[in-house]
Design a binder for this molecule. Structure first.
Ligand SMILES: [Zn+2]
Length: 176
């Protein structure tokens, strides 16, 4: 689709080979940004990102705290339920994601979701450190057995399964 020439000079037309598929602005291949729906100009991509990023500063604090505290609880439970961590850790991740969504009123941003993941990992660390110290003491005093490894193993397993599960629940299939 071409506009009626407004002036005799068409030198820009030779540079412009693409149009933004949202606003129709002519863009050079260098300026064009490829999106899943086609080429767009910088302004449109920037606007689109603002629509996705609805988070408020308080969301970061609340989201982080909720994720860290619930993750601490999850890591404690995983050493109690042992083998069942395999089955329940993904559900725990979904539960944490839902709790975060509730306190942040479902507002979203990539940075928020990353921070929630970090919160979950940090929340799982204290008990992992305690388990590790316990393990080292057992090694030191010669009371180590295979079973001494289990609490730490289940806590690592919990984090490895719950964190991705929560992240996918938060981000969904939508590309941020
Ligand atoms: Zn545009």
């Amino acid at each position: 689709m071409r506009h009626k020439p407004e002036s005799s000079s068409n030198s820009k037309d030779q540079l412009v080979t693409l149009r933004c598929n949202r606003c129709g602005t002519p863009i050079t291949p260098e300026e064009a940004i490829q999106t899943p729906t086609g080429y767009r100009c910088k302004d449109c991509v920037h606007q689109q990102q603002k629509v996705f990023d609805t988070s408020k500063p308080l969301d970061f604090i609340l989201g982080f705290l909720v994720a860290a505290l619930l993750s601490l609880l999850g890591s404690y439970l995983s050493s109690l339920i042992g083998f069942f961590t395999f089955l329940l850790a993904p559900a725990a991740g979904v539960g944490i994601a839902e709790a975060v969504r509730a306190v942040t009123k479902k507002r979203r941003s990539k940075r928020l979701f990353r921070l929630v993941s970090i919160g979950m990992v940090l929340g799982g660390l204290p008990l992992m450190i305690i388990s590790l110290l316990n393990l080292l003491l057992r090694l030191q005093f010669g009371t180590f057995s295979f079973f001494s490894l289990l609490p730490l193993g289940y806590q690592i397993l919990y984090l490895a399964m719950a964190v991705p599960s929560a992240y996918y629940r938060l981000t969904g299939n939508r590309r941020l």
